[in-house]
Design a protein around this ligand. Structure first.
Ligand code: FES
Length: 308
């Protein structure tokens, strides 16, 4: 599994500024739960100085998505809109002491959510409905503009990097040609602008392409969790490890007035009961995905946590 910095773990277990904001001045929504990650960023802005006085988020996703969203709010509070718009996804990753390459898309999601929230604050349209021809990756809803921005900002020069930073191409891979086209075009423009060495630019004739996989009907989240690195556990071993992982999490949940207990395990389905502040809490989906991430880390096997 991935190595997370201590700060990522700290922001995952104790996210700052999580929750709903009353009467926000700007709201930015990016991603979709069906794609495995979704983020809503809400901001309050002082109208004269345009200082962001408060920011809150709701995230559905893995631990690094939660940590990245929380880091973003910490980075933008106290900054003017103009200053905040200079924050890059790399700034979010740096704030967290780095993210695994495969998780950089979490920082890009934060960057995109900020752009969407600021556009909403300014009363500008945020094109998230993908104009005809602009949607490149249907599995993850990634459009040409998002790929272009990620390529430019992070100097990406390979398809694999684009997948790490945007998730595009990370499932069935039928969008690879589209990713190549955008990558080649953007790299060529960067070379012409003196932003990239021609020798480093993406070369389609030498490109390493992921194998196309048929769509399985499983969600991208399920596909992402498939690699199994640990030996198969017996049912008893699995239940013991799940119980241990939940016990490790409970103090954090209790501190926030909630709790979680194991109800049943059926194959890869882990039924849990959330109680206290976790029930009906706006962040319940975050709690569930946090428990799921923790169990997967502990067992090294794909699992789906279902609240009952
Ligand atoms: S369309 Fe991009 S991974 Fe399936």
């Amino acid at each position: 599994m991935w190595e997370y910095s201590e700060k990522v773990q700290e922001y995952f277990y104790n996210p700052k500024n999580a929750g709903v904001m009353e009467k926000p001045d700007g709201v930015g929504d990016v991603g979709a739960i069906s794609c495995g990650d979704a983020l809503r960023l809400m901001i309050k802005v002082e109208p004269v100085t345009e200082v962001i006085t408060d920011a809150k988020f709701q995230t559905f996703g893995c631990g690094s998505a939660i940590a990245s969203s929380s880091a973003l709010t910490e980075l933008i509070i106290g900054k003017t809109i103009e200053e905040a718009m200079k924050i890059t996804n790399q700034d979010i990753a740096d704030f967290l002491g780095g993210l695994p390459p495969e998780k950089m898309h979490c920082s890009v999601m934060g960057y995109e959510a900020l752009r969407a929230a600021v556009a909403n604050y300014k009363g500008e349209a945020w094109v998230d409905d993908h104009e005809e021809g602009a949607l490149i990756c249907k599995c993850f809803g990634v459009d040409e503009g998002m790929i272009e921005r990620a390529v430019r900002m992070n100097k990406l020069t390979s398809i694999e990097q684009v997948t790490h930073f945007t998730k595009a191409g990370g499932s069935c891979s039928t969008c690879v040609e589209g990713i190549e086209e955008v990558l080649a075009k953007t790299n060529a423009a960067m070379v012409a602008e003196g932003l990239l060495d021609a020798a480093e630019a993406f070369d389609p004739s030498n490109a390493v392409r992921p194998l196309k996989r048929p769509k399985t009907g499983k969600s991208p989240l399920a596909i992402k969790l498939e690699p199994v690195t640990k030996p198969k556990l017996t049912n008893l071993q699995k239940i013991r490890l799940i119980e241990e992982a939940i016990e490790e999490l409970r103090p954090y949940l209790k501190r926030d007035g909630g709790d979680c207990e194991l109800v049943d395990v059926e194959g890869e389905r882990v039924m849990v009961k959330l109680s206290g502040a976790c029930v009906g809490c706006q962040m319940a989906s975050v709690t569930v995905s946090g428990v799921q991430e923790k169990l997967i880390e502990k067992l090294g096997q794909p699992l789906r946590v279902i609240p009952v």
